[in-house]
Design a protein around this ligand. Sequence first.
Ligand code: ADP
Ligand code: MG
Length: 759
Amino acid sequence: CYSNREYLNAESAALCQEARNRLSSSLLTEQRQVRQSLPLWRQRQKIVDMIAKNQVIVLTGETGSGKTTQVPQFVLEDHELNGTGAEVRIVVTQPRRIAAISVAERVAWERGELLGKSVGYSIRLESVPPRPRGSILYCTTGILLRRLQGREGVSGITHIIIDEVHERDLETDFLLIVVRELLQNYPSIRVVIMSATVDSSIYTRYFDYCPAIAVPGMMHPVQVYYLEDLPSLMGQYSFIVPKFPKARIADDEEVDVDLIANVISWIAEAFAQTDGAILCFLPGLDHIIMVKERLLKMPGGRRLMILPLHSQIPAGEQRSAFARAPIGLRKVVLATNIAETSVTIDDVVYVVDSGKMKEKQYNPALNMNILRVQWTSQASARQRQGRAGRVRAGFCFRMYTSQVFGSMLEHQIPEMQRVPLEELCLQIKALAIVATETTPSGGPSKHSNIVSFLLKALQPPNINAVHAAIRLLQDLGAIDHLEDLTSLGMILAKLAVPPRFGKMLIYGALLGCLEPVLTMAAAACFRDPFVAPINKRDEADRMRESFSVGLSYGSDQLALVNAFEQWAAASLQGQGLLFCEQCFLAPITMKLIAGMRQQLKKTLAEAGIQEQSIRLSVQASIHVARSLLVAGLYPNIASSEFCRESRGIKHAPRWRLGFKVRNDRVLIHPTSVITEKQLNPESHYYLVFQEKVQTSQVFVRGCTLLPPLPVALLSWKVNLCSDPVPPELPGDWMVLEVEGWLKFLIDRRCGHVLLQLRE
Ligand code: ADP
Ligand code: MG
């Protein structure tokens, strides 16, 4: 009978033999050659030694140098050959789902294996786990955070590799705090922080001045030109460049699409003898469309193959950006910052950088997201420039002056400082490792532990945003006035959807109308599944609106519920893809929503929340689900009003229906299915919305129109009544108690609501 130790030793010996075979296998020659050509290969021993000797190290190297694929393999191979292979379990986090899968597949191939042996991946709703010992797991950051929250914790993991930290996404910054807190209690664990930016000092400082290693890259040189260099460069064409100083170029909001189109067409002419694609970075879809239109009107427009690349255009259309241009055509990719790091186009030689990007910034005082076009950071500008040097020496044309470059922020603002934080705060409370802080006298601390936890972040969030999140969680009943997690909060944390939607799910289950609410909550976790090809936007808008026909009150959420149900029915008959194509839906997102619904159902059942055995009729459940949006999204309510709209001197002013949030006017976002045509100017409407966004004006997104009654009822802090249904009521009534004195009863058959005051 083996002891545990003997068992591990035997397994390690087997892994050692396997690793030796792999090294000499003639089947893996190609893999070996590819790996040995990577810049990281030469540093292999140094990296392995540094990891062995230090609890934390920071490793930097440019995109493509081999960090993600090689570092975990170096560690595993080293242990395998030293006869301790069975003792390591390496977890590598990725901010993006797609990256986790494709990298895992690549590494399995490099090791001559199929996924699921020594290499695996795990992302939400999908995983191929590797064997428990002697293995590498690529997972999304969220998956590791969840695991650390659970009972399993960090046990069994020997190495945590946090990848792509330069992206500064919310979850990675959160993971950095958690991991730093872990270090003391787990002295044997090894942590590697990996970044594509040159500057590692911010991370080494964070980890108590830990050692760092920078791996030199293999990029080709890229010649950079600023706006002021263009006139002399372009000679007779220099008339296309505006004269200096020109105020509008320095303006934060402006993007000079004419200049950009001119420069692109000049590059195509001036470098006609040499091939190579042109990649142009623009802030968003509207600018992409404008530049495309201008290019097509130019004399050389017919010789260009113009390809837009943006996260909201269908996947098929996106893939064409990777195709090679036919002979005689110059490929021009018009992209957002998606092409900065997430997507690599191989044949780019010329980069035209507008210097602008769109960024959302949450304003807690206004409870509003502000979406603005603004200057990128210097780090982004360098990353954009680097995209030109992948195949050979390249050129980068910056559509701004060197002075503007000098005034740009060094790095982008981290996501933690830009987004609402309620989901993060809830997750913090659910983390077992956050000790409850106490005052010297032993009582609870005045400082909330959420705040003190977040102060430990690399760049802590705005304190007002944290307080706004805490208030919202208290309003939802997820945490109490001492900021302790309530039993509702524990369920909401497990559900892992935005907490507002988590609460709607619980109501939905109790009121017997879970199905539509599941779809709404699942959809809230992913991108909008409605995607429009650039040349069919009107058609796509009409299609989306058609899903709301038949609803007595327009609703974006219910239109989506409708689309999902029709898709699910079509999928059962093998027509799912066709349906998506006809209705401009992204099939991947629809599948994710379907998977998420299943998971949510399971989590609810595990938490002991069963759907009422008596379900509402389909019609009634739609009515109740719509009302539940108020319960979850309150106080995001707007009410209708008539506004006088002046339309310039020539036109008479006209009256139109608008909406107000408190005293501020808002507009329904153009992507909404609710249009003015559907509204009766004589009636009064309420509108519940998911998000308020400021662009050129203030818009509300994710909207549902409502009659006044549910608004009046559900905008209270509603507590579900635990009393049994009073015996005098017929069987199908559900009781809700509001703030202890108001009771209302819902007829489950028809969604009818009755009010009852308590003495
Ligand atoms: P880094 O993490 O430093 O950006 P990676 O380890 O991801 O670099 O990639 C190293 C090299 O491996 C890349 O330059 C690329 O050529 C290749 N590679 C990585 N992933 C894939 C993949 N999924 N398919 C094909 N080649 C890949
Ligand atoms: Mg990488």
